[in-house]
Design a protein around this ligand. Structure first.
Ligand code: MSP
Length: 526
């Protein structure tokens, strides 16, 4: 029996406190692309996303709109699902923290922590930031304001339950040390150690009495479970942990990859592993922390009038250009900057000039010189072909290596280096001259290699530009699933009896840069 590798990937669950912008869409696109990559490797994949629906902020938002919190979150969760459909996010489950399957298990987990002595009752006083739903100590404040969002904080005191984090600090440090792949990129680990663990881990307040919209503590119902204990456990409750049907949990836990933005790194790299240790469960294999999509003038915000919504870009420029741009522009150690100019530039140069033209030139030449029939591979490539073959295999390896190190932008860059090299191969071999000189054999080999490289390129981009990949494959006449996976990616002798379509269709058309930059600027002001 062949046992398939499994791959469980999660996104954070989003606060349904407003419309999702391209920044929030980024995490989900990344997770979806990761899933699709592992699917092409033939693995058994499962992706989870969802919404984080409790807390004071949601309660307040609902009130503003004259709705009950439940009515409010129901509508927001529907909107989120609609957006993910537009972005073709291939998730397997969408968890909402207001679902019974989640709430019941959170209550069980809370009780278990109480019984074990991990949770104790005390009193909390601190500086509270309402939008972030976080307390801060005096020293954590930046100029007296919230260190995360820069807004006003207020001094608050309440009876509360605490989770004894200190008890697990050494165990956590040891875990970090023994599992070098646990946190990516590496520098995030040092941030956690130096900023939070070494100075002394503070116990985490895990309940509130100041609002109602949350999961009640069964044995002390004036308390509701504070959002982070509620939210983080979604990754296991969604799989049925602690319920009668925990088959998915047995199959997929521990997660292979959990993706989070830098602002919630602390919760995922410290509290989440400690909760799992307290539950005596294995920890996720890797938690990947990414940076933010920002604008030239800093963070996206409605008041600055610089917010851009994914649906608007998708409607005008198509889904894949948006997915491509976001993944391609996000460096590993810095924030990405969205600008209308860079978006249009990437569209015109990378997608239209490089990729779309390679396809068009190739399809039209195979039609012109061979009536659409892709010549057979002759098995003995000449020097120019051999050079291309070796270059291509090297690029595939580089792509794979960087992708698996989560250097996503760099790994995509390697594909574009391959696209450029393949375009250069046309200039080097000059098929039009070969046709005149009746160098039929050489010409056949050039056409074969071009189609093969387009097949390889399509497979490489398929995880993050699935529609474009399928379109390329259709145009070059490759529909056999056996030829569309990572297993058959490298060899050059795979194509037989392939016919390209009669008339090529451009996949990306050149845009008028000035007009489109203006168009996007207006979207941002809207
Ligand atoms: N509800 C919590 C997460 C709980 S997970 C158990 C939350 N929600 S959020 O909606 O505020 O943010 C969700 C994710 O979106 C986070 O990973 C956050 O970093 C990410 N992003 C929000 N704005 C972003 C950008 N501008 N750019 C990239 N990612 C951004 O936090």
């Amino acid at each position: 029996m062949i046992i398939l590798n499994k791959f469980y990937v999660t996104t954070p669950i989003y606060y349904p406190s407003g419309r999702f912008h391209i920044g929030t869409a980024y995490t989900t696109i990344l997770a979806d692309s990761m899933k699709r990559y592992h699917m092409l490797k033939g693995e058994d994949c499962y992706m989870l996303t969802g919404t984080d629906e409790h807390g004071q902020k949601i309660e307040e938002k609902a009130k503003e709109q004259g709705k009950t919190p439940q009515e409010y979150v129901d509508k927001m969760a529907e909107d989120a699902k609609k957006l993910w459909k537009t972005m073709k996010i291939d998730y397997n489950d969408f968890i909402r923290t207001t679902e019974k399957r989640h709430e019941e298990v959170v209550q069980k987990i809370f009780d278990k922590f109480m019984e074990q002595g991990d949770i104790y009752k005390g009193e909390y006083e601190g500086w509270y930031c309402v939008p972030c739903e976080s307390y801060f100590t005096e020293t954590q404040l930046v100029e007296g304001k919230c260190p995360d969002c820069g807004r006003e904080v207020k001094l608050m005191k309440e009876e509360a339950y605490f989770f004894n984090m200190k008890k697990y600090a050494d165990k956590l440090l040891k875990y970090y040390e023994e599992h070098p792949d646990f946190i990516k990129p590496d520098f995030r680990k040092n941030e956690m150690i130096n900023n939070f663990i070494k100075p002394g881990l503070e116990d985490l307040c895990v309940t509130r009495t100041s609002f109602d919209w949350g999961i009640k503590v069964l044995k002390d119902p004036k308390h509701v479970v504070y959002v982070w204990l509620d939210a983080l456990t979604n990754y296991i409750t969604a799989l049925g942990y602690g319920s009668d049907d925990d088959n998915l949990f047995k199959k997929y836990w521990p997660a292979d990859l959990q993706i989070v933005g830098k602002d919630i790194a602390r919760f995922h790299l410290i509290y989440w592993p400690i909760f799992l240790m307290a539950l005596d469960l294995p920890l996720p294999k890797t938690i990947l922390v990414h940076n933010w999509v920002t604008m030239k003038d800093g963070k996206m915000s409605k008041s600055k009038g610089n917010v851009i919504y994914p649906e608007d870009l998708v409607e005008k420029y198509g889904l894949d250009s948006v997915r491509y741009f976001l993944l391609r522009e996000m460096p590993t150690s810095q924030d990405a900057i969205f600008s209308p100019e860079s978006f249009i530039e990437r569209y015109n140069f990378d997608l239209c000039n490089d990729l779309s033209n390679l396809l068009n030139r190739t399809v039209s030449m195979v039609n012109k010189y061979f009536e659409g029939q892709v010549p057979k591979y002759n098995g003995t490539p000449n020097d120019v072909d051999k050079d291309l073959e070796e270059f291509t295999v090297k690029q595939i390896d580089l792509f794979d290596e960087k992708w698996n190190k989560y250097e996503i932008a760099n790994s995509i860059q390697e594909i574009w280096t391959l696209i450029s090299r393949t375009n250069k191969y046309i200039d080097e071999t000059m098929p039009w001259a070969l046709a005149k000189e009746e160098e039929k054999e050489k010409l056949s080999s050039v056409m074969y290699h071009l189609i093969e490289n387009l097949r390889k390129i399509a497979i490489l981009i398929k995880p993050f530009m699935s529609d474009t990949a399928d379109n390329i494959l259709r145009q070059i006449g490759i529909t056999d699933e056996k030829l569309i996976n990572f297993e058959t990616l490298k060899p050059y002798d795979k194509l037989q009896n392939i016919k390209v379509i009669e008339k090529g269709e451009p996949i990306f058309m050149r845009l008028n840069a000035e007009e489109e930059v203006e168009y996007i600027k207006n979207l941002m002001k809207k």
